[in-house]
Design a protein around this ligand. Structure first.
Ligand code: MIG
Length: 814
């Protein structure tokens, strides 16, 4: 008996060591109200139905599923009962959109649409598998399928033919081919025949995604440990895939409006006089700026939550004074807590007392060396640590600090090898570094976010993070880490931000101008132009490089930078509205062309990845070659107007446009409505009295504009306003109907300006307001008047503010 057992153990040990085990045959099935469970000859498999387009698959080699809660899927999810049917070969069930077939022997998943077209299927011989603790899923590779997503990855926007690793890594001066980088977003999108699905692998261990690298048979994803726990999301719209993915992992909360302004950083601005001078420079040059960052030198010996008292003798006063000029101060906060228990520094002692730091298996505290020298690392997977850290951050903000910048949170450490034996709480379930590494930053950002929400309930948290995992979008904006001031990185900034955007992260940006090295004048000019039309807009550079503020490159470049930043500020009503939409739908602000024009094959071409939609209506075509004075860009079908000339262009083709150094090509889509205001030196400097709209009328178009106080949480109590603009062009006349339906937030305007393009043969304009019909006069200066340029076909109408009005533009009948 004993002998047999020994042989059995030996065989199974040999098996698991030597080769992959594939799922095998389905030997049994159980139907529960929340899932179906299939016992396999090799492993255990569960299928959950969440929605008509959303299914969760969970496969393990053993026989017990993990009880620990997910770090990424935090939204409330309820499962629907699956009505399982079977025939000789398959178990199957359907939703209103999908047909899910699970072959019995061997167990293989096939997903079809309602017409029986295969959307996605397990590789015929491999499917789900494991080798020891390594777990993975092999999917059939279709030759005409394109892959996107996986978050912050360099290289092409399309992920085909490469393998990617998810392991948060501090990778300064990365290149196009380096991987992994700072963030891990194990979610990708597959597009075939213009139809899209997504797969999200909810596994925090080191994972890999091989999108057909080195073979033409399959793509695969898997992790070195844990469960093969993945969600299949059907579109077929890419937008819907992203919406469903963010319904699982969460969406951005509406940031304060100032966080959409320009932000200035450097490693580091100190002492206090330098910070004050910097602020004064911005104001005296009238270059808008909302935020100044303090990098690691503000601290006392890099001790987190401390000040260097020589460099910053009275931080509260400094912050208060700068606040009066409209500046917000954000300080860097790294996770490492200096292991200083001998001086007045209380944080380490307090942390030890509250048992918040990560430990070795023998109970000794882990010490790692990083900026503060030997340090303890808070265990953010523990609820008491999260509360402790949240309170510390909230306390830190009471000095007037506006937001928190989390760096080195991969976690990064000198030597780059955090010992994997270090133990973490894992919400009471216990785990080592292998499981916690990738969610360290996510849990850290969550602590900070929750702390701010708890202790400053009327404040909108603003957190900037370098590392993250799926779900980080709920808590933080993300920047792409330590890039280089060269052309390749300007291009990477364009594509990486689009990739992150597709991966559920709307609030993304790059170090404008480049972190390492020094940009040429042209490179800086091109970068700040593009940066002004990316979601997170911050200039930053490393210690000991040439200055990189907007005026650091001479007068001409300063004027370019200034107008780029001012353009950003005038577009804030539009940009803020796009952020609000994103917080509701999960869709990104910065959009690859194919996200808006999914059925247009041109939009998938590599060249089309160097232009993008900023919000739903604005096409931005950055010049990404330092010396180029023109740009080749693609305008999808329909009419567009050139932002700078007002000229209306028929789309449907590639065009080459002049792009002298001062000009970033921008086009507005037919039916697009772009609200804008006069640029100010900072958000909220003056009440906005006049709101303008640039409009390219379409046969029919609707635009909805959200507005609120921009800074408090009062919008959650309905304190906001929603204005709907409806456009209609019946050939004879263009009518524009504006109606503010929700008005708990009082709009500050006294007048509106409507700037309409492509308006030929205008005869007269009338307006209906407060039951009155007013014929507008052709006099640009008065209100309730208009000015018409019959050469450019532009009409500019100025009206009194009203929450309900209709404008009718009559054309000459010809
Ligand atoms: O080891 O805080 O990516 O933005 O300026 C480098 C100093 C630490 C890396 C960040 C960078 C920041 C720098 N930090």
């Amino acid at each position: 008996m004993k002998k047999y057992l020994l042989i059995l153990i030996m065989i199974s040990a040999m098996n698991s060591k030597a080769q992959f085990q594939f799922a095998g045959e389905i030997v049994n099935h159980y139907t529960q109200s929340e899932f179906i469970e299939l016992k396999l000859s090799n492993g255990l498999f569960r299928v959950y139905l969440i929605d008509d387009n959303l299914i969760r698959f969970r496969f393990i080699s053993g026989n017990e599923f993990d009880q620990a809660p997910s770090y990424a899927v935090t939204e409330n999810i309820s499962y629907k009962t699956i009505r399982l049917k079977e025939d000789n070969d398959y178990y199957y069930f359907s939703t209103s959109e999908l047909y899910i077939k699970i072959r019995k022997n061997p167990c293989r998943v096939v997903i079809e649409d309602k017409n029986g077209n295969v959307i996605n299927e397990d590789e015929k011989s491999f499917g789900m598998a494991y080798e020891g603790e390594d777990i993975r899923c092999f999917k059939k590779l279709f030759k005409d399928e394109l892959f996107y997503g996986l978050g912050e990855k360099a290289g092409n926007l399309s992920r085909n033919g490469s393998e990617y690793t998810m392991w948060n890594t501090d990778h300064p001066a990365f290149t196009k081919t380096d991987d992994p980088l700072y963030q891990s977003i194990p979610f990708f999108i597959g597009v075939r025949n213009f139809k899209a699905y997504g797969i999200f692998l909810d596994n925090t261990f080191k994972s890999r995604f091989n999108m057909g690298a080195s073979n033409d048979r399959f793509y695969w994803f898997g992790a070195e440990k844990g469960e093969l726990d993945y969600y299949f999301i059907w579109g077929p719209e890419i937008k819907r895939v992203i919406s469903s993915y963010t319904a699982l992992t969460g969406r951005m909360t509406l940031p304060p409006k100032w966080a959409l302004g320009y932000q200035q950083c450097k490693w580091s601005y100190y002492p206090e006089s330098t910070v004050r001078n910097l602020a004064n420079e911005f104001r005296s040059r009238e270059i808008p700026c909302d935020v100044i960052y303090l990098d690691i030198h503000y601290m006392n010996g890099y001790r987190v939550f401390s000040w260097d008292e020589e460099r910053f003798p009275d931080p509260v006063k400094m912050i208060d004074d700068l606040g009066k000029k409209g500046f917000k101060i954000i300080t860097i906060v790294d996770p490492a807590v200096k292991a200083d228990i001998k001086t007045e520094y209380e944080i380490a002692r307090d942390g030890i007392e509250k048992v918040v730091f990560a430990k070795y298996p023998d109970g000794e505290l882990f010490l790692g060396e990083v900026w503060p020298s030997w340090s303890y690392f808070p265990d953010f997977s523990k609820v008491t640590t999260r509360e402790w850290w949240g309170k510390l951050n909230a306390g830190w903000l009471t000095q007037g600090i506006a937001g928190i910048w989390n760096d080195m949170n991969e976690p990064a450490i000198w030597g780059q090898a955090f010992p994997d034996i270090v133990e973490f709480d894992d919400n009471g379930f216990g785990a080592n570094h292998k499981k916690i590494h990738n969610i360290y930053a996510l849990a850290m950002a969550k602590s900070t976010f929750d702390g701010i929400r708890k202790y400053h309930p009327n404040k909108r948290p603003f957190i900037l993070t370098r590392a993250g995992f799926s779900g980080i979008q709920k808590y933080a904006a993300v920047w792409t880490g330590d890039n280089i001031a060269n052309e390749e990185h300007l291009q990477l900034a364009c594509t990486m931000l689009q990739s992150m955007s597709l991966s559920g992260l709307p609030f993304v940006g790059s170090d404008v101008g480049g972190f390492f090295e020094e940009p040429s004048e042209n490179l800086y000019a091109r970068w700040i132009q593009m940066g002004a039309l990316t979601p997170f807009f911050r200039g930053h550079t490393i210690i000991n490089t040439k200055d990189q503020e907007p005026w650091a490159f001479g007068e001409y470049v300063e004027s370019i930078a200034k107008s780029a930043i001012r353009l950003r500020y005038s577009l804030l009503p539009y940009i803020y509205n796009e952020f609000r939409n994103s917080s509701i739908t999960g869709l990104p602000v910065m959009r690859p062309m194919f996200l808006e024009f999914q059925n247009d094959s041109e939009c998938y071409k590599t060249e089309a990845n160097f232009q993008y939609m900023f919000g739903s209506s604005m096409l931005v075509a950055p010049v990404i070659d330092e010396k180029a004075e023109f740009k080749k860009l693609y305008l999808p079908e329909g009419r567009w107007f050139d932002w700078w000339s007002g000229e209306v262009v028929e789309g449907g083709d590639w065009i080459i446009v002049d792009a002298p150094i001062w000009k970033l090509p921008i086009y507005i889509r037919e039916g697009g409505v772009i609200p804008l205001q006069k640029a100010q030196n900072y958000v909220g400097e003056m009440p906005v009295e006049e709101l303008a709209f640039k409009i390219l009328p379409a046969d029919e178009a609707v635009y909805s504009l959200y507005e609120d106080d921009g800074s408090t949480m009062q919008f959650t109590n309905n304190s906001f306003s929603l204005t709907e603009i409806t456009l209609n062009d019946d050939g004879e006349k263009v009518s524009l109907y504006l109606n503010t339906e929700m008005k708990e937030y009082q709009l500050p305007y006294s007048s509106y300006i409507f700037e309409l393009y492509n308006m030929k043969n205008i005869l007269s304009i009338t307006m209906e307001m407060n039951d009155e019909v007013i014929k507008l006069t052709e006099d640009r200066n008065g209100t309730n008047s208009y000015k018409y340029d019959p050469e450019k076909n532009v009409v500019i109408i100025k009206t009194d503010y009203s929450d309900d009005m209709k404008i009718i533009i009559n054309r000459i009948n010809d």
